[in-house]
Design a protein around this ligand. Structure first.
Ligand code: WT7
Length: 650
C-alpha cells in the first residue's frame, strides 16, 4: 500500500487557532540545527535528575551511544512521584476500561502507592537492579504498575505481548534469563475469558526442561475463570496475597542514565527475534519530549488515548513513559475495538472526553469499513488532535480520519519510528508543520534523517531510496541483548563507512521536500502495524511434519496493510488434503508464534521460484500474490513454475 506521491498532494497548513496555542514552535527547528546537543540537553532538563549529567553525548564507542553521561535519575519517580510531590496527586493518571465493561480510575497518588507496593515485593523476593523481569499480561492496570515498579528498582523489564504463544514466551524468557514472570490467570478475548497462565506453565516447563532462570511467577487475578488453576507451589504466587500486602511507601534509588530500562523483542530478517535494549535517561528524554510536542499535550486539560498494546513499543513509549512523565491523564483500554460492538472506541472517547487519539491505519481502515454512521452516532467533539502510527497511512484513510473522527479540524500527526528508535522520529509538528495526507513530513527538531541510494548518495526529490538516520538520537537502541555482532550487522553495516543507522525502510521526498515512508525493503512484513519476519513464519511452517519448504511474503491488503501469503512444498508422499491441511498449517503458525502471524492464504505448490544460486525470489511471489504481471524472470532456474503456482491460486 504505497501512498501515491505528488507534490500537488493537498497540504493542510496548521490553523491559526491551533498554532496560537501549540507547544511546538518553528524556532525549535532552528535551535536544534544550530546546536543539536544543547537542544537535547534542554529537553533532558524537562526531567528530574538526581545527579546532573556532565556530557550530553559520548559517541566515541559508536555505534554504542551514551547520552547524558554522568547523570542519574529514577524513571518511575519521573513518571509518578514528582507529580504527586508537585501537588497533582489527585489528578487521574489512568482511566482504565476493561473489556467486559468494568472500569477503574487511578490517580497519580494511587499509582504511586501501587508502584511502591510492587517495588517492595520485588525487592522482598531478592530482585536487584539489573535483573530481568518478563511481563506477559493483558492490558490491566497491574501491567503498567509492574513496568513502573521495575523501573523504580532498576530491574530491566521485557514485556511479551500476551497474544504470543508459549513457545515465543519461552525463547524470550530464556534469552533474557528472566527471574520473575508476571502474568494473569486469564485474559478476555472478545467477551470471553481465555487462559493465560496456562501458557506460562507450558512455556516454563518442568523437570529437566524447566526454564532455569525463573524463580517466581506472579499472578494477577483477572478472569477468575478457573477454580483449579494449575499451580506450582513455591514458584507461583498471587498478586493479591503478596504485592497487596506490602507497604505503600518505598524510597527510590537513582540509576545511571545508561541503565537498561527495558528489553523489547522484535522481528528481524532471521527467524530469531532480537531483544532491543533501551536506556533510562536518553529514552525517557525523547519519549517525554515527543509526547509534549508531537501530541501538543496540555497538562490537566487533555485526555490522551493511545490504542496500542503494552506488548509493542508504542505501548511502552505512549502508554507508559511518554504520557506519565508528562503528568498526563490517559485512557487504557483492555479489549478489542469491536467488543461488545463497533461503538466501543467512540463510546470511550465520548465518556472520557478524549482529546488526543493515537491509533494505527489498520484500525482507521476497519472503522471505514464499518461505516461512518457508527462514529457519527457519538459526540466526538472533544477530539482536537489525531495520531497515526505503525505503517504508511493511505491518503483516503487520512482524510476520513480527519473528517469523521477529527471534525474536519483536528491536525493529524503521522508518526514514523520503530522499536529500535524508541520514540517518534519523523512527524509533522502540530501547529507548526503543514501536513500532507500520507506523508510523515520531516524529522523532528533534534533528529536527522536522509534518503540515500545504495552508495549513500542523497537521492533527488521524487526518487526512491533508503531511509537512514545519520546522527545519533537520545532514545536510540543501545544494542541487541547479548549479541553485539548482530547489532552492528543489522543496523550499521549497510552504511558502515558513513556510520549511519539503516532503518530497513524505503522512502522518498516529494517535490516540496516532504518525506514519504514507503515501507520495508527487507524481509520484514507489516501486518496491521505488527512487525513479523518472513523467516519466522517460514520456519514455523517447515516445523510441520508434512512441509518440505516454505516461502512467505507480505502482499498488499486493503485493511491490514499487508497480509501474509505462504507458498509451501509438501514432503514426498505427503497427501495434500486441501482445506484441512491449510487449517493445520495456519494452526501451526499460531502455536509457534501467535494468531497474529497466521497466513491469510497458503498455497501448496509443486516448486518455488529460485535463482540459480538457490535463493527464493520473493519479489516474484509477491507479484503473483498481488495479481501483477510478473517482473523479470530471467534469473529463474525454471520460469514455468509460475504456471503451476498460478493454476493453484485460480
Ligand atoms: C516499522 C517499525 C513505530 C511503532 C510501531 C511499529 C513501519 C512505523 C510508520 C509510519 C510508515 C511506518 C516502518 C518501520 N512504520 N510507523 N508512520 N509510516 N511506516 O514499530 O514494530 O518496530 O515497526 O513500522 O516500516 O520500520 P515496529
Amino acid at each position: 500500500m504505497s501512498p501515491a506521491t505528488t507534490s500537488s498532494a493537498q497540504g493542510y497548513p496548521p490553523s491559526k487557532e491551533f498554532a496560537a496555542q501549540a507547544n511546538a514552535t518553528a524556532e525549535m527547528y532552528d535551535r536544534a540545527d544550530a546546536d543539536r546537543l544543547e537542544f537535547w540537553a534542554e529537553q533532558a532538563r524537562r526531567l528530574d535528575w538526581d545527579t546532573d549529567f556532565d556530557q550530553v553525548l559520548d559517541w566515541s564507542g559508536a555505534p554504542f551511544a551514551k547520552w547524558f553521561v554522568g547523570g542519574t535519575l529514577n524513571v518511575a519517580v519521573n513518571c509518578v512521584d514528582r507529580h504527586v510531590a508537585a501537588g497533582k496527586g489527585e489528578r487521574v493518571a489512568i482511566h482504565w476500561v476493561g473489556e467486559p465493561g468494568d472500569s477503574r480510575d487511578l490517580t497519580y497518588a494511587q499509582l504511586q502507592d501501587e508502584v511502591s507496593k510492587a517495588a517492595n515485593y520485588f525487592s522482598a523476593i531478592g530482585l536487584v537492579a539489573g535483573d530481568r523481569v518478563a511481563i506477559y499480561m493483558p492490558m490491566v492496570p497491574e501491567a503498567l504498575i509492574s513496568m513502573l515498579a521495575c523501573a523504580r528498582l532498576g530491574l530491566t523489564h521485557s514485556v511479551v505481548f500476551a497474544g504470543f504463544s508459549a513457545g515465543a514466551l519461552r525463547s524470550r524468557v530464556d534469552d533474557a534469563e528472566a527471574k520473575l514472570v508476571i502474568t494473569t490467570d486469564g485474559q478476555y478475548r472478545r467477551g470471553k475469558p481465555a487462559p493465560l497462565k496456562a501458557a506460562v506453565d507450558e512455556a516454563l516447563g518442568s523437570g529437566d526442561d524447566a526454564a532455569k532462570s525463573v524463580e517466581k511467577v506472579l499472578v494477577v487475578r483477572r478472569t477468575n475463570h478457573d477454580e483449579n488453576l494449575p499451580w506450582v507451589d513455591g514458584r507461583d504466587v498471587w498478586w493479591e496475597d503478596t504485592v497487596d500486602e506490602q507497604s505503600a511507601t518505598h524510597s527510590p534509588e537513582a540509576f545511571d542514565a545508561e541503565h537498561p530500562l527495558f528489553l523489547l523483542y522484535t522481528s528481524g530478517t532471521t527467524g530469531k527475534p532480537k531483544g532491543i535494549v533501551h536506556s533510562s535517561g536518553g529514552y525517557l528524554t525523547q519519549a517525554s519530549y515527543t509526547f509534549h510536542n508531537v501530541f501538543d499535550h496540555k497538562e490537566g486539560r487533555d485526555v490522551f488515548w493511545c490504542g496500542a498494546d503494552i506488548g509493542w513499543v508504542t505501548g511502552h513509549s505512549y502508554l507508559v513513559y511518554g504520557p506519565l512523565s508528562n503528568g498526563a491523564t490517559e485512557v487504557v483500554y483492555e479489549g478489542t475495538p469491536n467488543s461488545p460492538n463497533e461503538h466501543r472506541h467512540f463510546e470511550i472517547i465520548e465518556k472520557y472526553g478524549v482529546t488526543i487519539y493515537y491509533i494505527a491505519p489498520t484500525l482507521i481502515r476497519t472503522f471505514m469499513k464499518w461505516g461512518r454512521e457508527i462514529p457519527d452516532a457519538h459526540d466526538l467533539s472533544s477530539v482536537r488532535l489525531l495520531g497515526s502510527v505503525g505503517e504508511p497511512i493511505n491518503p483516503e484513510a487520512w482524510k476520513w480520519y480527519r473528517e469523521v473522527i477529527g471534525g474536519d479540524t483536528a491536525p493529524i500527526v503521522d508518526t514514523w519510528w520503530q522499536t529500535e528508535t524508541g520514540a517518534i522520529m519523523i512527524s509533522p509538528l502540530p501547529g507548526v508543520t503543514e501536513a500532507k495526507p500520507g506523508s510523515a513530513m520531516k524529522p523532528l527538531p533534534g533528529i536527522s534523517a536522509n534518503i540515500v541510494d545504495d552508495q549513500g548518495n542523497p537521492v533527488s526529490h521524487g526518487e526512491q531510496g533508503y531511509l537512514v538516520l545519520d546522527q545519533p538520537w537520545p532514545s536510540m537502541l543501545r544494542g541487541i541483548w547479548g549479541d553485539e555482532d548482530r547489532f552492528r550487522e543489522t543496523y550499521w553495516s549497510r552504511f558502515a563507512e558513513q556510520g549511519w543507522y539503516f532503518a530497513g525502510d524505503g522512502a522518498r521526498y516529494d517535490d516540496d521536500g516532504a518525506l514519504w515512508v514507503l515501507g520495508r525493503v527487507d524481509d520484514v512484513m507489516n501486518i496491521s502495524g505488527h512487525r513479523i519476519s518472513t523467516a519466522e513464519v517460514e520456519s514455523a511452517l517447515v516445523g510441520h511434519a508434512g512441509v518440505a519448504e516454505a516461502a512467505v511474503i507480505g502482499a498488499a491488503d486493503e485493511t491490514t496493510g499487508q497480509g501474509i501469503v505462504a507458498f509451501v512444498i509438501l514432503r514426498e508422499g505427503v497427501e495434500n488434503t486441501g482445506e484441512a491441511l491449510v487449517k493445520e498449517l495456519r494452526e501451526q503458525v499460531s502455536i509457534e508464534i501467535s494468531p497474529i502471524a497466521k497466513p491469510r492464504e497458503i498455497n501448496v505448490v509443486p516448486e518455488l521460484p529460485k535463482t540459480r544460486s538457490g535463493k527464493i525470489m520473493r519479489r516474484l511471489l509477491k507479484d503473483v500474490a498481488e495479481g501483477r504481471e510478473l517482473g523479470d524472470t530471467s534469473t529463474l532456474v525454471d520460469p514455468s513454475v509460475f504456471e503451476a503456482i498460478r493454476q493453484k491460486r485460480a
